[in-house]
Design a protein around this ligand. Structure first.
Ligand SMILES: [Zn+2]
Length: 311
């Protein structure tokens, strides 16, 4: 049940619990597990909490809970890859099932491994997310938010679980593994002597922006334009920013961090409140999403800096 996750996932637990208590459910959540091995169990516990008529007692021995456990409840559906990909037939089946009127007023679906949606399945889920129907809650799960389509990320409330499993002492290898899913690209990144400097430039920018806010607009050449020139550079830099702030959360929770060679920088930011860190992370994700449309990069940075001012 949901309460089993109070200590492992204190922040995410609080966000879910508050959204229910304050009646502010999002129509779509994207759970970024960061490798936490019980990410799916957590999502399912949340789904049960939303659907079980006895959720206040927490016993979960009712018929609805049993049906959910057997994947045979008509208001609940789990989708995961059938082979390598999640296919359009699966998302079609979901939409058909969810087009019927709900008995309880609420339906929940989970997409486990949302980065595995094939192109046509992604398009159909995007439409489903764009026109949320009253009472339908989507819970999408990924181990790696960097691999999820930006257009999907931007339509969800992102919930970061804390558990980074850092497997190697080689920071660049850990960063490469997070950013790329192809071994040639990872090797290229690890062996490029400029990679570490590029990460450093992003972190310098983060620090300058955080302390100087709008002033950064004046020094944008020195802190940004000299190093980041095209869309690929921008995407890289925004992904490093996401990694940095996720590491700040990990650090606060006493977990391993990915950007281990920048520990002292991360430590400085660990005084920030979780709430602020989440706001910054969501802003970075929002701006990163704009990179996928044909946007003017200078204006994008201006917008980012200005929005950081009000956080
Ligand atoms: Zn129940």
């Amino acid at each position: 049940m949901l309460d089993d996750f109070i200590s492992d996932q204190a922040i995410a637990y609080k966000i879910f619990k508050n959204s229910i208590i304050k009646n502010k459910l999002s129509h779509a959540y994207l759970i970024n597990t960061n490798g936490y091995h019980k990410g799916f169990d957590f999502a399912k516990a949340f789904a049960k909490y939303l659907l079980c008529p006895n959720n206040e007692t927490g016993s979960h021995e009712c018929s609805v809970c049993h049906l959910i456990d057997n994947n045979s409840y008509s208001e609940f559906k789990v989708i995961e890859a059938d082979g390598l990909w999640i296919k359009k037939e699966q998302t079609d089946e979901l939409q058909e099932m969810f087009s019927m009127k709900s008995l309880s007023g609420r339906k929940v679906y989970i997409i486990n491994g949302v980065e595995n949606l094939n192109i046509s399945a992604s398009n159909s889920i995007l439409k489903f997310l764009e026109e949320p129907e009253e009472g339908i809650v989507a819970i999408l799960i990924t181990d790696n938010i960097y691999k999820v389509l930006g257009t999907i990320v931007s339509r969800c409330q992102v919930i970061n679980l804390n558990n980074v499993q850092v497997k190697s002492d080689d920071m660049l290898l850990n960063v490469g593994n997070q950013l790329y899913n192809d071994s040639d690209k990872i090797n290229e990144f690890v062996n490029d002597s400029e990679s570490i400097n590029k990460i450093g430039h992003v972190i310098d920018f983060i620090e300058y922006l955080y302390s100087n806010k709008l002033d950064t607009l004046v020094y944008i050449n020195k802190y940004w334009n000299d190093f980041f020139k095209g869309k690929d550079d921008y995407l890289f830099a925004f992904n490093i920013m996401i990694m940095f702030y996720s590491d700040v959360i990990n650090y606060k929770m006493g977990k391993d961090i990915i950007l281990s060679e920048f520990k002292s920088n991360i430590e400085k930011f660990s005084e920030l409140d979780y709430n602020i860190i989440n706001k910054i992370l969501n802003l970075i994700l929002e701006v990163r999403e704009d990179l996928y449309s044909n946007v003017n990069l200078n204006l994008l940075m201006d917008k980012f800096i200005i929005k950081m001012e009000v956080i």
